[in-house]
Design a protein around this ligand. Structure first.
Ligand SMILES: [Zn+2]
Length: 358
């Protein structure tokens, strides 16, 4: 009996995910829009796209669909007016009634999909199952040496101007740097992933996830955990679990870049997307061909991106070779320019008309 109930619930939630969510949105669109083109929903693999019912979307183009319900988080985001809310709030704002059963299923889905991560004790409950290997155990197992205790690596940290407070997370062994991604919980610091960087001139970055950490310790039982895939994916973003999503949040390509920007995380790969939607992202990807192209794409999607060209121009830095945030700060430090967060934030834009400054 118990098993039958459980599988029925699963089937219902699957159904709701695909069909009923679309129906609910259709109810909203029928209610607010008069033009038939504005009432259609486009199904993308990861989201449902439709004309925003809050701002009514474009007044000139009835085919514009800048409202998005993301299926991986069940959060709504409009790239015209910026409205950002959960699916439950979305329905409530348009007085769409849902049954108690539907509410329970949606709440479960949102809870399951959002899988919290923020650095406070309530949210950390969800991830604590994965906090099993301490930073010290990891360092001992791989025989890592902190960068401060090796002349080559210490010189390199000084040359790259890596802030001292981060040195504690950077290790060295056999011509590789190890940047540890850790999480503190109840007086202990646990390892969740790491980035291995070669020291030769090619600077290869190898991103290791939580799965790789478990492999080193031959710990296989957590692979079966219901949230393993999700946690493993989240583990690949540097500093994700330590940032505050309520504040401006800087997103860089590599961990060394993020270390200069306070509330910052790194994608660890220019082709990777952010793990979920958040309106506070400020993208400062590399000032190279791939990074800039990516930022232009992000700008088109309504995100805030760093105006490299404007910044370099305003601070007279055009005769320096600046490829990323780390390079930028090396130059700023040499020039004794103390950059405050407020000033830095002014160099981000979500206005596509300012795209030529990027
Ligand atoms: Zn809107």
């Amino acid at each position: 009996m118990q098993i039958a109930n459980a599988s029925l619930f699963f089937m219902e939630s699957e159904e709701l995910n695909i069909v009923d969510i679309t129906d609910k949105i259709q109810d909203v669109l029928n209610k607010v829009h008069t033009n038939s083109s504005k009432k259609t929903i486009i199904k993308h693999s990861d989201r449902l796209g439709f004309a925003c019912p809050f701002c009514m979307d474009s007044a000139r183009d009835n085919y514009k669909k800048r409202g998005n319900l993301y299926l991986n988080t069940l959060f709504y985001k409009c790239y015209n007016c910026g409205k950002y809310c959960s699916f439950l709030t979305f329905l409530k704002e348009f007085n769409i009634s849902i049954s108690l059963q539907e509410r329970t299923i949606i709440t479960e889905l949102i809870k399951d999909k959002s899988f919290s991560f923020r650095n406070n004790n309530d949210d950390i409950e969800d991830v604590k199952d994965f906090l099993v290997i301490t930073k010290d155990e990891f360092i001992n197992k791989l025989r890592l040496v902190n960068v401060a205790y090796n002349d080559i690596s210490k010189n390199y940290m000084q040359y790259r101007k890596i802030p001292q407070k981060w040195w504690d997370s950077i290790y060295y062994s056999n011509w590789n740097y190890y940047i540890l991604n850790t999480l503190k919980y109840e007086d202990n610091e646990y390892i969740i992933s790491y980035t291995q960087r070669t020291t030769n001139e090619k600077f290869r970055y190898l991103q290791r996830t939580y799965k790789d950490v478990l492999n080193i310790f031959e710990n296989e039982k957590l692979l079966e955990h219901e949230y393993f895939e999700k946690f493993n994916n989240f583990s690949s973003y540097f500093n994700l679990y330590n940032v505050n999503f309520e504040r401006p949040l800087f997103v860089t390509e590599s961990a060394f870049d993020a270390m200069f920007l306070g509330n910052a995380m790194a994608l660890n790969g220019v082709q990777k997307r952010v793990p979920f939607e958040c309106e506070n992202y400020h993208f400062a990807l590399d000032n190279d061909e791939i990074g800039l192209k990516k930022m232009h794409d992000l700008l088109k999607e309504g995100n805030k991106v760093f105006m490299w060209k404007k910044f370099i121009d305003d601070f007279n830095l055009c005769n320096h070779n600046i490829k990323d945030i780390n390079d930028l700060f090396i130059v700023l430090i040499h020039k004794n320019i103390d950059l405050k967060e407020l000033k830095f934030k002014e160099y981000f834009t979500d206005n596509t008309l300012r795209g030529f400054y990027v």
